[in-house]
Ligand binder design. Structure first.
Ligand code: SER
Length: 597
């Protein structure tokens, strides 16, 4: 396999697909804008769901990008050689254009050609879908791999658990996939050893999903999609690790500078022992993920994305404690992370100070919680009988006050007590099971139930934006928005708390536009034309060269990916539920629509 740097790998992926007629689109935010079913963007296809379902993409039918993603389902595995909570996914898409044959030929070329990854052909192993009641055995993929010269014995037919892809929410576009692996040459672990097993013989390098079906509800049937798509995901960190001949992603250039800095702060050697290594890896992963999340607007809170961020920072503080340094010093890692990505994500450098501050403030809040926890500990210690602090209590100290087990043990020791560690582990794993079941998901209903409502709310956001500019002035702009199937949230710059009259006027303007039953129209144009036409473009860097402009009569004109309602009358009635401060100079509105239909 070729030796590559991160920069070379990025450029190589993009060039390969741009040369094959794909338009480069930027990475979307880590916070899914119009999908209430999950907290974070978990795959490159995630921001593209409407387009995989048939909506026209302004940049065409062939797309390529490298997308920032967060997955926290395996957070407890972080610290091993490969797991990360934040990662980048190299992706390319065919939106109803080419399909299996072309895609397999390209994947094969990218993986094996000496110009690209140059993986020896004989090391390549693939899997394809074995077929079941919802879709047939994927002979098309099988034949396509055979025609590349892959031996029969290197093509594994695997069931749905391995070779079918759908978002974690269990709804949306989906289909059989074909995964690609490198055979490490290790002996088979059993006669049944296959890429489905985790013995380490086969290392996954990429996944091509053939999204030709849709699942509208979690428990509903799989139905064919009119548009047959390709969705590809190659893990950036994973491939970089292989291409730089390292045993772990933490040994690549994406992590080494962070780990060096942790060594410097802690005065400890990374390879001192397994615990040191694991704690340093957890900090490096969690702080890297936190930097990206904060840059995309997440703040530590007790709910939703903010809760995940809080957990990542607090876990890092605990690891810092174990390594013998103060949590506030974790902020020193922020410029290191920003430096690693300075040419790809320059916004990290721009936001460095804010990110450092967020981490320091969270550390202060956590210290306060810890001192409350110490008081709680004193109380329970007094009533502990038999010299053993029970496991449930130790877990509560961890869960509510963030006490790492080591801290509880130390405090207990000072009082001549021991801690029931088995009981603690049991309580911990019971809790883990519970949270795994609900991990990353925020909304119980399916995409199908929620999509009509979120589409309407999306249109309401445009009306609200226009109304706010009318009432508060033209220098008011959207600073951010977030939609769940229940409500919209809209942030905008404004230097004062809105008066009751202003709020009423905004609400009335939105409802007037709804009552006028204005058609919502969409045109495609270049970013430059859109700007000239007077369209509001809110987050300019997130669009490609071609954009969609949504017009709502004489009320609103905005650059936006959609989708939107066809007519404002579909919205029913808008109610402004809350107006509050979001951050300095930024106000936040929460609103709902009460459909009359
Ligand atoms: N969506 C697929 C994955 O995440 C391929 O991009 O693996």
């Amino acid at each position: 396999m070729r030796n590559l740097t991160a920069k070379e790998l990025r450029e190589m992926w993009i060039k390969f697909y741009v040369d094959k007629g794909h338009a480069l689109i930027p990475s979307a935010s880590l916070i899914p804008e119009n999908d209430p079913t999950v907290l974070f963007t978990t795959a490159g296809m995630h921001p593209l769901v409407p387009f995989l379902l048939g909506e026209k993409h302004p940049c065409g039918k062939r797309l390529v990008n490298i997308q920032k993603c967060v997955r926290t389902g395996d957070i407890d595995e972080v610290g091993d050689d490969f797991h990360c909570t934040f990662f980048e996914m190299m992706g390319n898409w065919s939106l109803g254009d080419y399909f299996k044959k072309e895609k397999i030929a390209w994947s094969y070329e990218f993986l094996t050609s000496p110009e690209y990854l140059a993986i020896p052909k004989e090391d390549l192993v693939v899997s394809v879908f074995a077929g079941d009641e919802s879709a047939p055995r994927d002979m098309e993929c099988y034949e396509a791999w055979r025609s590349m010269g892959i031996d029969e014995g290197k093509i594994f037919f695997l069931p749905k658990e391995n070779n079918w892809w759908i978002l974690g929410s269990g709804v949306g576009p989906c289909g059989p996939d074909s995964e690609m692996f490198i055979d490490t040459g290790k002996p088979k672990c059993s006669v049944d050893c296959s890429p489905a097993c985790s013995c380490g013989k086969y290392v996954e390098v990429g996944n091509d999903v053939y999204m030709q079906y849709v699942k509208k509800t979690k428990d509903g049937p799989v139905s064919p999609l009119e548009q047959k798509n390709v969705d590809t995901g190659f893990g950036f960190e994973r491939i970089l690790c292989l291409a730089s001949k390292k045993d772990s992603v933490y040994d690549t250039e994406l992590f080494v500078p962070i780990i060096k800095k942790i060594e410097e702060i802690s005065g400890k050697y990374y390879l001192l022992n397994d615990d040191t290594k694991r704690n340093m890896r957890i900090i490096a992963d969690h702080i890297r993920a936190s930097v990206f999340m904060i840059a995309d607007g997440v703040v530590p809170l007790n709910v939703e994305q903010g809760y995940v961020l809080r957990r990542l920072i607090r876990r890092s503080i605990n690891c810092a404690y174990r390594l013998g340094f103060e949590g506030s010093r974790l902020a020193e890692l922020v410029p290191v992370v920003a430096g690693i990505y300075s040419d790809v994500y320059p916004e990290l450098t721009e936001k460095c100070e804010h990110i450092e501050q967020t981490i320091r403030e969270e550390n202060d809040r956590f210290s306060k919680t810890l001192s409350q926890g110490i008081k709680e500990f004193e109380k329970v210690a007094k009533f502990t009988q038999g010299g053993v602090l029970n496991g449930k209590t130790a877990f509560r100290l961890y869960d509510t006050f963030g006490f790492p087990l080591e801290l509880t043990k130390e405090l207990a020791k000072e009082k001549g007590l021991t801690v029931d560690e088995e009981g603690y582990k049991l309580a911990f794993s019971q809790h883990q099971e519970k949270s795994k079941a609900g991990n990353d998901k925020v909304f119980k209903g399916g995409l199908a139930d929620s999509s009509i409502q979120t589409t309407r709310l999306h249109t309401a956001v445009h009306l609200l934006h226009a109304a706010l500019r009318k009432v508060l002035g033209d220098d008011v702009y959207q600073k951010g928005s977030n939609i769940t199937s229940e409500r919209l949230r809209f942030d905008f710059n404004c230097d004062h708390k809105m008066t009751d009259e202003e709020k009423k006027r905004v609400e009335d303007l939105v409802n007037e536009a709804i009552d006028r039953a204005i058609p919502v129209t969409c045109e495609e144009m270049s970013l430059e034309e859109a700007r000239k036409s007077g369209a509001l473009g809110v987050f300019e860097n997130k669009y490609g060269d071609k954009v969609k402009v949504y017009t709502i009569g004489d009320v609103s004109k905005e650059i936006c990916g959609g989708p939107h309602a066809n007519n404002t009358k579909e919205l029913g009635h808008f109610r402004l539920v809350k107006e509050e401060s979001s951050s300095a100079g930024v106000r936040r509105i929460k609103g709902v629509i009460e459909s009359e239909a």
